[in-house]
Design a protein around this ligand. Structure first.
Ligand code: SF4
Length: 176
């Protein structure tokens, strides 16, 4: 089974969303947020490509393959850079970078730190990985695996976030 940072974040927000996404039911391509995110990624630091590398990294964890696509990896200073369009620092962004740091560690590359960059906020946030983070990542991988292997789609969560979720109509259209 393949597990990536997208599944990790979806699962943290809503196991149902994670299940729908992993079962090929996708609606995100219609989202302006996704388009904006791509645009900000491409236009904020055009000179980056010359200095840093975008890398696709994978690691085996038990029977599963963990995959991450790192925006920019500064090999010399051992820093993972991740750019976000958001106008606020979110736990999901930090989790994503921790996942990348963990993947690098599983590949024998240690001592790497992360830097989240928010062009809209003109702000950066440093990210590091500790033992508790590693334990949480292992737990999450196991829980995600169990969820997406199930034939049963998890229930709706009836949360505030549902209103801005691309699956909102799908999840609630049959409700009165
Ligand atoms: S609408 Fe709500 S319940 Fe449905 S997938 Fe999105 S967050 Fe989960």
């Amino acid at each position: 089974m393949y597990i990536n940072a997208t599944l990790l974040n979806l699962f943290a927000v809503c196991p149902r969303e994670c299940w729908l996404h992993s079962n090929g039911i996708n609606m995100e391509h219609t989202s302006d947020l996704v388009y904006d995110g791509k645009l900000i990624h491409e236009t904020s630091y055009p000179q980056r490509a010359e200095r840093y590398e975008e890398i696709l990294i994978s690691a085996q964890y038990e029977d599963d393959t963990l995959i991450g696509q790192i925006d920019f990896f500064d090999k010399r200073n051992k820093i993972v850079h991740e750019i976000k369009r958001s106008d606020k620092v979110e736990e999901a962004h930090i989790r994503q970078v921790k996942f990348y740091l963990w993947l690098l560690e599983l590949n024998g590359i240690s001592g790497v730190s992360g830097l989240l960059e928010y062009p809209k906020l003109r702000k950066t946030e440093e990210v590091s990985l500790n033992d508790s983070d590693r334990e949480k990542l292992v737990e999450s991988v196991l829980e995600i695996k169990e969820t997406i292997m199930s034939d049963i789609c998890p229930p709706v969560i009836n949360a505030k976030i549902c209103k801005s979720c691309s699956y909102f109509d799908f999840c609630y259209s049959s409700e009165p």
